[in-house]
Write a protein that binds this ligand. Structure first.
Ligand code: ATP
Length: 283
């Protein structure tokens, strides 16, 4: 049996962290959305016993248990005692280690695909609960819909479907280490966001008001190391973006626009400034 699942990138419309848990991990308070920039995960399940093999078209990615897709497959194999040989092929379109949740989305896609292939009957909340051990973004990626995400990432409250908006997603040639950025959070200095106001505006479908409350408290930390992220953001705003900010721990910066023509104008304006720029719709 062969099954293919789309794995979209996530964007943080807001990213805040009220405190650090005793386990050392941040408590999240985020509004997330997905964009139509996606990896494709194809799983071939054999009829005989065997192990899991992962292949990707990116030379940067591990093919063993360090690959989040591999970990996702093993969670369901072990829990439901499936031993069939399995080959997972991942076609990467989401830039790696970019703050776009590519690995998490691949893992979530594997969970959704195996749930269908093996007729496990797990609900999305059940899959989300099983997925948290992989990475804090995986529960959100099970849904890939506008949502308020809290706790360690396991509490996902879906929000109303957004209007038709465009995103310009720009990734500079910079490497950011997520653990390094998270270690640097100084909880006495975080300028917290008004996520309540953001969610209220989103629930009213008032995206114009909502853009005023979007933000990412990790921006100043990542920008300390990479000031060019701030310059890219400024450039997008000058080119007419409704908003522009960093996603996750960066380095990707995205802009959102209600007009497709504006999104393409931003993309054209970034020529010579940033090479990896995609214009896509929000999902
Ligand atoms: P995070 O903020 O969770 O670290 P990210 O969204 O910035 O993630 P990813 O593309 O998910 O970026 O990559 C993060 C790390 O996960 C990389 O070091 C990468 O080697 C590892 N990884 C494991 N599996 C995958 C996968 N299938 N796709 C991308 N990265 C993966």
């Amino acid at each position: 049996m062969i099954i293919t699942e789309k794995a979209p990138a996530k964007l943080n419309l807001s990213l805040d962290t009220p405190l650090r848990y005793l386990d050392g991990l941040p408590q999240w308070d985020m509004v997330m959305i997905s964009a139509d920039l996606a990896d494709y995960v194809t799983i071939e399940i054999g009829e005989h016993r065997g192990g899991v093999k992962v292949y990707t078209d990116s030379s940067f990615l591990p093919n063993d248990q360090r690959n989040l897709a591999f970990q996702a497959a093993n969670i369901l194999r072990n829990r439901f005692h499936h031993r069939e040989a399995m080959t997972i092929r991942i076609k990467k379109h989401i830039p790696v280690a970019a703050g776009l949740g590519g690995g998490s989305s691949d893992a979530a896609a594997v969970l959704r695909a195996l749930n269908r292939a093996w007729d496990l009957g797990l609900s999305l909340p059940e899959l989300a609960k099983l997925s948290l051990s992989i990475d804090s973004d995986v529960p959100y990626c099970i849904y890939n819909k506008l949502a308020h995400v809290t706790g360690h990432g396991e509490q996902v409250e879906l929000l109303p479907q957004p209007p038709h908006y465009w995103a310009v997603i720009a990734k500079q040639q910079i490497s950011v280490s997520t653990p390094q950025i998270l270690r640097q959070i100084d909880y006495t200095k975080v300028h917290h966001l008004n996520n309540k106001a953001l969610i209220a505006a989103l629930k009213k479908n008032d995206w114009l008001a909502a853009t005023k409350y979007m933000g990412n408290v990790l921006e100043p930390i990542t920008m300390q190391y990479h000031p060019e992220i701030g310059r890219l953001k400024e450039k997008m705003l000058q080119l007419g973006a409704d908003m522009a900010q960093m996603s996750g721990t960066g380095p990707t910066v995205f802009a959102i626009c209600h007009k497709e023509s504006r999104a393409h104008r931003i993309q054209n304006g970034l020529r010579g400034f940033c090479r990896n720029v995609n214009v896509v719709t929000l999902l």
